[in-house]
Write a protein that binds this ligand. Structure first.
Ligand code: GAL
Length: 351
């Protein structure tokens, strides 16, 4: 994992900030938690709950002030302003748009409030960062797609449905995926899908089918499950049969069910617990004016040497649903294995 972190950088900006940060060695802290959207299940169902749980475990008296920006950039700026006005001790920020977040991060810094960038690396003087190794996410998706294509990789074209470009992770996923796919398979069409929306992915996929021709498409790189769902609906209504392998990410319930039934080839399982635990630890350390414990450092376009802990993602296919997400309790078997998926569940050893 450490190898994936940029070890370079002078740590200047990140290092210098310490002196401006409020020191609150003991007593309850008030912690702002700002998440970016609510269409991907992870934020409301996992990240919010797990971060709050870890904060409470480390500091029972600490309070968490929560807001979800619902993909609205200006809305998140207002949420940042209101947390700064409230005088919280530290902010955990998963930015809707990493570039636009820079102004708010600067304001917080001026007010002596450290910011932990969560999952997406906000620009501006953030004090720490935790996420997954996002280039590795893209590589995991790309490798899986090549594996699914096997000897057919040269027989047609793939369509890439990349994440929203305002999210810095999208560029990392794409870069990782391209590093594996380029030279091995022809990319017929590539889209940066607006706001990660399933309906936009559906439109883009329908466009690709009509311009490339339904018999040419041998695979689909979809950056997350939400978009994979939209793409699969378009493939089905466009008469693409059999369905080509489609990738995804997030181990969403519907995504896991599609992986089991075979409609979607794979997803990426990102264990949220260690990411949430790292964010809680970082926030409390910073709120207390203590040093952040991180595995390495990363650089953002504006800030060098940000202490960072990156978690390793896991490829999720039919074969390992049982030993990964079911074992870790992400989704209970009863939720996954509804009547429609009974046979697929039995085949995967789930029921
Ligand atoms: C990314 C995040 C993914 C997915 C996506 C859509 O930044 O890492 O897990 O949720 O946004 O919101």
């Amino acid at each position: 994992m450490a190898a994936a972190l940029a070890a370079c950088g002078t740590a200047k900006e990140a290092g210098d900030k310490k002196d401006t940060v409020k020191k609150k060695k003991s007593g309850p802290l008030s912690i702002a938690l700002l998440l970016p959207e609510d269409q991907t299940a992870r934020y409301e169902k996992f990240d919010r709950r797990l971060i709050t749980k870890h904060v409470k475990e480390l500091c029972a008296d600490c309070t968490v002030h929560y807001a979800n920006a619902k993909s609205d950039v200006a809305g998140q700026q207002q949420q940042m302003d209101s947390m700064i006005t409230k005088g919280v001790d530290v902010i955990i920020l998963d930015a809707v748009d990493s570039k636009s977040a820079a102004g708010s991060v600067k304001k917080a810094d001026k007010a002596g409030i450290p910011v932990v960038a969560y999952d997406r690396l906000a620009e501006g003087p953030v004090s720490a960062y935790t996420s997954f190794d996002n280039e590795e996410v893209g590589k995991v998706q790309g490798r899986a797609l090549l594996k699914a294509l096997g000897a057919k990789a040269g027989d047609g074209e793939i369509v890439m449905l990349n994440g929203w470009e305002a999210d810095p992770n999208s560029a990392s996923y794409k870069k990782g995926a391209l590093s594996v796919l380029e030279g091995k398979v022809k990319i017929g069409k590539s889209y940066d899908v607006d706001r990660w929306l399933a309906e936009k992915a559906n439109e883009n996929m329908a466009g690709a089918i009509s311009s490339l021709g339904k018999d040419k498409i041998i695979g689909v790189y979809a950056a997350n499950d939400n978009m994979a769902g939209g793409a699969i609906t378009a493939l089905k209504s466009g008469g693409v049969d059999p369905l080509p392998p489609v990738t995804g990410q997030d181990a969403e319930l519907a995504g896991v069910q599609r992986v089991l039934s075979g409609d979607q080839y794979m997803s990426v399982y990102k264990p949220y617990e260690p990411e949430a635990a790292a964010a809680a630890e970082m926030a409390i350390a910073l709120g207390r004016g203590a040093k952040v414990d991180a595995a390495g450092t990363v650089d953002s376009p504006t800030t060098k040497g940000i202490p960072a802990t990156l978690i390793t993602p896991i490829a999720l296919t039919k074969e390992n649903v049982k030993d990964t997400i079911v074992k870790d309790g992400l989704w209970p078997v009863d939720k996954i294995c509804t009547a429609k998926y009974a046979a697929a569940c039995r085949a995967a050893g789930l029921k």
